[in-house]
Design a protein around this ligand. Sequence first.
Ligand code: FCB
Length: 476
Amino acid sequence: MSEPVTPVTFPPAFLWGAATSAYQIEGAVREGGRTPSIWDTFSHTPGRTARGETGDIAVDHYHRYREDVALMAGLGLTAYRFSVSWTRVQPTGRGPAVQRGLDFYRRLVDELLAHGIKPALTLYHWDLPQELEDAGGWPERDTAFRFAEYAAMVGEALGDRVEQWITLNEPWCSAFLGYASGIHAPGRTDPEASLRAAHHLNLAHGLGTSALRSVMPSRNSVAVSLNSAVVRTVSRDPADLAAAQKIDDLANGIFHGPMLHGAYPRTLLEATSSVTDWSYVRDGDLEAIGRPLDALGLNYYTPALVSAAPEERKAGGPRADGHGMSVFSPWPCTDDVMFHQTPGERTEMGWTVDPTGLHELITRYTREAPGVPLYVTENGAAYDDKPDAEGRVHDPERIAYLHAHLSAVHRALADGADVRGYFLWSLMDNFEWSYGYGRRFGAVYVDYATLERTPKSSAWWYGRVARGGHLPPLED
Ligand code: FCB
């Protein structure tokens, strides 16, 4: 890796954004004709989320979006990544678009544009219409076609004012946390279903990309956001390297294989042959999935550290491996792989802080997707933030985290990577899935009793970075 370059200045057009997703912030789950998504059902099922918390109210962004946009503008952010709630726009996942639902996003986008903030719209951040899950969910092929129809509706309505589009957020989580470990909605624990889901998510991305392009101005950019894993091994032993290859295939190759290289990795097909025969990959699917991307979104939090499993572990059975509360693994066919805690400082999620992983990921995609502009579409940290006696929230750990990760992005730029923007996860504290409101990722603190927003010191710091286009030294 190259040495840090000083001064740490970013290109003038670099986007400084923050990210959120619909179910995590909007609330208003029964307004405007919205119907339940799998996350409504899941969070209302006893035992699925911490303290039984749901996104019913979340941070009430649906009613407070003007205040939230003003907050971003006040900080100096130049971009905002949000997601559209599918069931607000197309209740039940079938039938015509509901204008009231689309109007909410039209108003939000207009508000952003009026404040000089560039919208980046994610179509799917995990909230599948419950009716589509009832019809089989992502393991069912038809869901991909339903997604393409929905994509076209949103593209038609907002393509004139949103230039940056993201089809799916982290399809790995949808497939493997949703259908294998079951810690996310819809909470199924079926390895074969998770692999089918992965393929149909890929297909949804491909069909959705074409659908968007058929209804939108050609200047618009279509991307996908992947939470690609940075996989490291405890040694260079061939058995450990083989373990890493397996995880790399299941985390990365399964998506960027068909998206960037026109095929699923052979090693992935072999490694999973005991649970699936991949016969659901039909003629033409790989062409559909492999349409060129205009940009690629990378979400990065922490690297993975693996080794081959000791003999006694291979005997199998469900196991915990640091990916949540489930005893079921999100990784099909990996009884021979063992996960380890990476050394170093950790966030409130228990995730090790390691900015070198972000540099590694950007470098990898620069190599694997030459010529494709990259965006860091999520990066951030949860800490146990609390207001002080004056009501201010000091979060020096988050500032240090952001500083270190932005330095890593800068190093990648200096190495020649084409990174065009960075979206901090998250604009404000919100519903952190199965953790409920128990993990605060926001640059803005939310008091859940009053829903009052208070920028933390990291928000002001990040705003300074956004305005100046360079990283101030940490002690400033
Ligand atoms: C990502 C998700 C996002 C949030 C962060 C912490 O995997 O895309 O919604 O949960 O992790």
